[in-house]
Design a protein. Sequence first.
Length: 113
Amino acid sequence: VQLVESGGGLVQPGGSLRLSCAASGIIFRINAMGWYRQAPENQRELVADITSGNTTNYADSAKGRFTISRDNAKNTVYLQMNGLKPEDTAVYYCKVVTNQVYWGQGTRVTVSS
């Protein structure tokens, strides 16, 4: 199983980024997919997740600014991030849940002027 994340980078405050995470080699049904982040010296925290039925859940910090979505045909989960703030700076990890839990390698997001 391999999770390949992309879309991170450097963006100015107020800017937007779209993260993608494509899962390959998975033979079991994918249940939940999600995005977590970890800033320096902080614990990894949930940003947003989405069930197989497209029920979404957001951290309070993400509500109104971020949108999670998934393409089941492509085994891919997305995170559209708008109105980025410096405090959103972190390494973002995708998580895929089948009968096991899989994590991506992380993609760095830096919000700075």
